[in-house]
Design a binder for this molecule. Structure first.
Ligand code: ADP
Length: 499
């Protein structure tokens, strides 16, 4: 029972039942229309037959009169003077023509009954107003259905015409039974036909809605798979332009996005874990060194001035290394948090000139500048650009020690381009794709004393991208290294208004 209730509550059955509920009144309307039309047509036919009966009766009377030697208008004259005679003649003539099925009542112009046929029968009588209308207008009355003890009768009044006007009414009535029998059969037929149509519509409706809703069932199953954790589940319904097809393709698209977002989240979680592990490792190294020097000093090295100086010098170096590392980590943390940068318009050439003039430890003897005499105005965070230039300068001085450097700026494809080329040892092909990764250090640099923490280039990349620009590196072993930074140009102000 509950299963049937569940099935009927399903969309499939609800759609079918809605369809049937719409079909039902239509069928009822159609059946009602057909019933009424048939009834009207049967009655019209029957009235037509009565009219024909009446006409035949009149012809019989005329023939009889002619046989008696009267003129064709004798009946009319008789009508004026002897309506009772006309009434009897019509009644008997119609009964003779139609057998016992038609009952006739003839009224004179005062609506007094002149004759009834068959004799002794008691047919229903039309309203006086209707009979008066027939006499006055000289036209047939509308057919009326009147109930009697012996069943319903169809009653019509015909004018008995004499000269220019009607001199009486011949009322013909006939049993409705043949008509009601036909109508009864028709009702049975319509009901049976309607039930067959409803049955077929239900079966077809269930089949069609079942087929139409099949993709929905597939989508439901896919959604359940996704909810159960299978992110690879897709409906894979063939694309179609209907609503269900569009829903399916949007659904699969959404599942793709969920899978990507989930993968990206896992990826970024793994990155964060790796970053924390690397950062802790990098911080542990100088801390361990500092602790080592403190132990050495505790054991008495502090009493020898030379050893004390050396230890303090080394401790200062380690703490400087730690300070730089902490600052780098802070910069990366800010970049990760996507803090808003503060872009301003400033001259890139002047900034590069200033930083090169300030210099860093280990500057080579040749530092060539091709910066152009005109200002190159960029829109960027000047602090970020300072860090970018300084990191690149430090790298060139550190990893291409003593080698000539060439700094240049230019405008290319609507961007400000800053390039630094050194003539140092270059980067191994295996290392090159990884130099922008956090904590990555080249094979050769890893063991070297001057090697940093491997954050310099990733900071350069992060800062350049935060300005809306980017960075690229070209290098080959023995061929030097070229780093190119792209920064957005400041928009050109519109020309001053002219009079
Ligand atoms: P760090 O912060 O330790 O200097 P970077 O991220 O700046 O690290 O650089 C990553 C690696 O790229 C370095 O370990 C080095 O091997 C290589 N590298 C960077 N710049 C140069 C350069 N100008 N010449 C040769 N190697 C370079």
């Amino acid at each position: 029972m509950r299963r049937i209730g569940h099935a009927l509550a399903s969309l499939r059955w609800r759609l079918t039942l809605t369809f049937i509920a719409l079909l039902l009144p239509l069928l009822v309307l159609l059946a009602g229309y057909q019933y009424l039309t048939l009834r009207a047509s049967l009655i019209t036919n029957r009235v037509g037959e009565l009219q024909a009966d009446f006409t035949s009766a009149k012809r019989l009377i005329a023939n009889k009169e002619r046989a008696l030697g009267a003129t064709t208008t004798a009946a009319l004259r008789l009508c004026n003077t002897h309506p009772a005679l006309v009434g009897t003649a019509v009644a008997s003539a119609v009964s003779a023509v139609t057998g016992q099925t038609v009952q006739v009542v003839v009224f004179n112009s005062n609506l007094t009954q002149e004759a009834v046929a068959p004799v002794g029968s008691s047919p229903p009588i039309l309203d006086a107003a209707v009979l008066r209308g027939v006499v006055n207008r000289g036209t047939r009355s509308t057919a009326q259905q009147i109930s009697t003890n012996s069943g319903d009768q169809l009653v019509v009044g015909f004018p008995v015409v004499a000269g220019t006007g009607a001199c009486g009414v011949a009322q013909l009535s006939v049993a409705m039974t043949p008509i009601t029998n036909v109508l009864h059969d028709e009702i049975l037929l319509i009901t049976a036909g309607g039930l067959v149509i409803l049955g077929l519509a239900t079966v077809l409706g269930v089949m069609l809605t079942g087929r139409t809703l099949r993709p929905m069932r597939r989508l439901t199953a896919t959604a359940e798979q996704l909810a159960a954790g299978d992110l690879t589940a897709r409906s894979r319904l063939s694309p179609s332009s209907d609503e269900v097809g569009q829903l399916a393709s949007s659904f699969d698209h959404m599942a793709d996005r969920i899978q990507e977002a989930f993968a990206a989240q896992q990826d970024s979680e793994a990155q964060v874990r790796r970053f924390i592990a690397d950062a802790s490792h990098e911080l542990r190294t100088p801390l361990t060194a500092l602790k080592g020097y403190i132990d050495v000093l505790r054991r008495g090295a502090g009493r020898e001035p030379a050893a004390l100086d050396a230890a303090l010098e080394a401790m200062s170096n380690e703490s400087e290394r730690m300070r730089v590392l902490v600052l780098d980590l802070l910069t990366l943390a800010r970049l990760d948090a996507q803090r808003q940068s503060h872009p301003e318009d400033f001259d890139l050439n002047a900034a590069v000139n200033r930083l090169l003039d300030e210099g860093v430890p280990g500057m080579p003897s040749v530092v060539q500048r091709t910066l152009g005499p005109l200002p190159l105005t960029v829109r960027a965070d000047s602090g970020a650009v300072t860090t970018i230039v300084r990191n690149l300068l430090v790298n060139a001085c550190k990893y291409a020690h003593g080698a000539a450097q060439h700094w240049s700026t230019a405008v290319e494809a609507g961007w400000a381009k800053l390039e630094i080329r050194d003539e140092g040892p270059g980067i191994a092909a295996a290392d090159l794709p990884h130099v922008f990764e956090r904590f990555f250090r080249g094979e050769k640099t890893r063991a070297r004393e001057e090697g940093g923490s491997g954050l310099g280039l990733s900071i350069v990349q992060g800062l350049a991208r935060a300005q809306g620009g980017d960075v690229a590196i070209r290098s080959a072993e023995g061929m030097g290294t070229t780093v190119t930074v792209w920064l957005p140009l400041a928009p050109v102000p519109p020309p001053p208004p002219t009079d």
